[in-house]
Write a protein that binds this ligand. Sequence first.
Ligand code: GLN
Length: 481
Amino acid sequence: MNAIEFVQKAQNAEISVVEHTHKILEEIKKKNPAYNHFNLIAEDFAIKQAEELEKQIRQNPEKAKSLKLLGLPVSVKDCICVKGIESRSGSKILSGYKPVFDATVVAKAKEQGAIILGKTSQDEFGFGSFGTNTGIDFKKPKNPHDVSRACGGSSAGAGGFTALTEFSHIALGESTGGSIACPASFCGVVGLTPTYGRVSRYGLIDYANSLDKIGTIAKSTKEAALLLQIISGNDEKDATSLKNPAENYIENLSSPLKGMKIAVIREFFGKGIDSGASKACWSALKAAEKTLGVKYEEVSLPLNAKYAIPAYYLIAMAEASTNLAKYCGMRYGMEEELKGNFDEYFTSVRSKFFGEEAKRRIILGTFTRMAGFRDAYYLRAMKLRTLLIEEYAKLFKKFDLIVHPTMPVVAPKFDDIEKLTPLENYMMDICTMPANLAGLPHASIPVGKSRNMPVGLMLTASHLQEARLIRAANAIEGACG
Ligand code: GLN
């Protein structure tokens, strides 16, 4: 039963919310030791929510009927704050941190009757593409299609669990440079990342403020859209939140795509891209042309293909190193016995509790912001970012949508990931990074398999064109069977 049917049944009192919550929790408890999709299972919290909802349904059935996520289990990426539930962003340094407030997205989901299941696993603070840069003492999430392979990162647990569960569920994920699209692609599910600013970041544990976006992961586009339309819209608590009111994406889902013009990005189909992944994406496009009447044309995005990765990593690391400065063992999470002067104390706490990739990014990010290097690196990357956005804008004058494979490879094996250098790791984001840097809404939908593993097709629309993006993703998903 998909999430939309589930909510309808719950609204008509045809299923028991408490029973369903128990069932999905049992499944998580049974399977999590083998898959590590959850950093924390909020069992008592979820059951209490379900019981309260059922009481509400009995007392005020009319009000309950109006709740758009009534009884639906929602998992929350660890970096998104849930009041009273340990929220660590996958890092040991935040052990014991229990937020005293809900992130706006969590508050909105709860208001509509969602049941929060727990916190899903991720690369520490979002620093990674496979879910394997986990913090100290965290376990690595495994891909349900093949446990010797990664889920993709950084919203790894969100993607993995969505693919694994047999019950109705939608995940809240977060993307800075591709962290929703990548695990969706590797796990064979749908990931929706909105325009930067479309969804409030209030209550998100920051990775890089000018890039972070909260979005959704589900088994189908329609389900992912259901949660996205609820969490989007202006929020006065987030100064970067856009004023545009939330839209209903599902209402116009079935209007035809005929005549829609699609740009196929040449650079992301050629050298360095898994040939099976390219093939699966081309078949999806041909099916869309035949059954939906869309038109496509091969075009180039040369500046983005060359410069998006260096520009992204400079900006993301600079912002990340600033954000991580507050974790000094005094206000949040782990602390030690106060010894030495501030610098000594600060250094000892951070050396002990940050993982390797976090340390690498603090060092690189701090370097690019230092006096004397700022102009050469950080400011130059910011200027480049504007040029890259302009390159997209030119394409969107002629086309409605841009497509290419989401990832250059299928989910890799853990053994192979270990052999990658940091630079090879960063290159994995070649296809997802451009749209993220430009703040453009994008979706990854499953379109087939290569080497027996799922392949994702990435669709990108112009700023605030989520409705068009979702309509196309849903129709192409259907056309692929
Ligand atoms: N892989 C990219 C990085 O490591 C993107 C991760 C993300 O979107 N959080 O920065």
